[in-house]
Design a protein around this ligand. Structure first.
Ligand SMILES: [Zn+2]
Length: 484
């Protein structure tokens, strides 16, 4: 038996987050009526000349800077030629040699081990249109063409073949999505097709230097699909080699429902595309000041922010990981902390409320935290009300429900509904005495050494107080009374 190792390289297409397309003024809005967002340029009418969107170049350079790339100042475009009905020009305009960004890297961490993954390049490309062969589940028997997506700007990122498992691949993509999300240069939503990923998979006997025959897999539309496709493909390749078969370089499609990859075509090489310089876009140089200005705009990135959360707020690795998983969550959290004088005291309970109660509500309603009906200030107030003993944790959940429904202020809710915790010892003592009198059995059990019997009496006091008695005080007074 030969031991094989897996080699994975990625080609990731991310839709650049701009309002208009990359070579015309049409909108990039998702889900619009077919062919609404089109003009003479993106439908390739004779004589129409592309005009480069500066914001798209900025987004790529910014992404490159955040991933330690060398930025190539020279910007040139080429035509990548092929015939397919969704590309009316019969070529795609692609930013070509040199790519805007070359030789970057991203550090991932899998199973507690860090690994630097080298990234070959990022370049600018325009998207193609979309062919529609069925509407809902109805097969049309003919094809319709929607050019809304034609000429939408993409950044194409290509890694070196350095990933060695489905887990590493997923970690790389998650980390990449996270960084790009912090930068705001792409939304990376795989569901909306704003992030697409082709995966090159090969295997080789452990210790061999040369790469095996490379198979490109397309058609995955989720991270779990990518993981399953790699796992399947590695097994398939092993079986071919172990039965003395020969692997060929090809493109295969992932069929999610069947859980298999199927051969689509032999892989075309770069020569087949007959690249040549795009005559309608003049090569130009990026000024140093342009690059430096973008460098200044790079925000604190997820790793650095996570380290700071741990150091400044005393959070655990786990909590900090969750809170920095997107920039919007991290901003919400720090926004809330800013309302408190003692951030360290609020830090942990606030983190718990965000990762449990709030995120459960938001996920169920598919609402982003930046649009949360509970503002960061109101959540900070609610947690403070628990910390200073005004309300109990249990009552806080009732208050939270109302805050979520009506976007209201917790202090107002507590006041209007008279939900403040009862800490007045005279009042609590009276309730304790009444409850003891009602529970001769529990009292006898407690006095015969069964200490847990006190819980039943605590429950009775809490019921009497409608959940508002301060449980610590109730416990203390009950024990004092019972131990007499
Ligand atoms: Zn257009």
């Amino acid at each position: 038996m030969v031991n094989y190792e897996t080699v994975v390289g990625l080609e990731v297409h991310m839709q650049i987050n701009t309002k208009s397309k990359v070579f015309c003024e049409c909108s990039t809005q998702f889900g619009a009526e077919p062919n609404i967002n089109t003009c003479v340029i993106c439908t390739s009418q004779p004589g129409a000349i592309p005009i480069l969107n500066k914001k798209a170049v900025e987004a790529i350079v910014k992404t490159g800077l955040a991933l330690d790339f060398n930025i190539n100042k020279q910007c040139t475009f080429a035509r990548k030629q092929y015939f397919y009905p969704d590309v009316p020009k019969n070529y795609q305009i692609t930013q070509s040699e040199p790519p805007l960004c070359s030789r970057g890297k991203l550090t991932i961490s899998v199973g507690g081990k860090e690994k630097v993954v080298n990234i070959t390049r990022i370049h600018l490309e325009e998207d193609a249109g979309k062919l529609v062969h069925e509407i809902g589940s109805r097969k049309l028997g003919y094809s319709l063409l929607d050019l809304n997506r034609a000429s939408v700007g993409l950044m194409e990122l290509v890694t070196e073949p350095e990933l060695s498992s489905p887990e590493e691949t997923l970690e790389f993509l998650t980390e990449l999505k996270n960084i790009v999300g912090y930068l705001g240069t792409s939304e990376c939503s795989m569901e909306e097709g704003k992030m697409r990923c082709d995966v090159n998979v090969s295997i080789r006997p452990v210790g061999q230097k040369e790469l095996g025959a490379r198979v490109e897999i397309k058609n995955m539309n989720s991270l779990s699909g990518i993981r399953d496709a790699i796992t399947y493909e590695v097994e398939r390749q092993k079986e071919v080699l172990e039965s003395n078969g020969k692997l060929v370089q090809e493109t295969r499609l992932w069929e999610a429902e069947e859980g298999v990859t199927k051969s689509m075509r032999s892989k075309e090489g770069a020569l087949d595309y007959r690249y040549f310089p795009e005559p309608d876009l003049v090569p130009f140089d990026l000024p140093d000041s342009f690059i430096e200005e973008l460098r200044k705009q790079i925000p604190e990135l997820p790793k650095a922010r996570k380290a700071r959360f741990i150091k400044d707020y005393g959070l655990s690795e786990y909590d900090a990981d969750y809170l920095t998983s997107t920039r919007t969550i991290a901003d919400y959290y720090e926004g809330a902390l800013n309302y408190s004088k003692d951030k360290k005291v609020l830090a942990k309970p606030l983190s718990n409320w965000i990762s449990t109660e709030l995120s459960a509500k938001l996920n169920a309603a598919k609402v982003c935290i930046s649009e949360s009906p509970v503002s960061s200030q109101n959540l900070a107030k609610l947690v403070s009300l628990i910390l200073n003993g005004t309300i109990s944790g249990k009552i806080a959940k009732t208050v939270f429900e109302e805050m979520y429904e009506k976007s209201s202020d917790p202090e107002t809710i507590v006041k209007e509904k008279e939900l403040s915790q009862i800490s007045d010892e005279t009042v609590i003592t009276k309730m304790c005495e009444e409850s003891i009198a009602e529970s001769p059995k529990a009292v006898a059990e407690f006095r015969s050494g069964k200490e847990r019997a006190v819980d039943a009496i605590v429950g009775l006091v809490m019921k009497r107080s409608k959940g508002q008695a301060n449980p610590q005080i109730v416990n203390r007074i009950l024990l004092e009374k019972l131990k007499v």
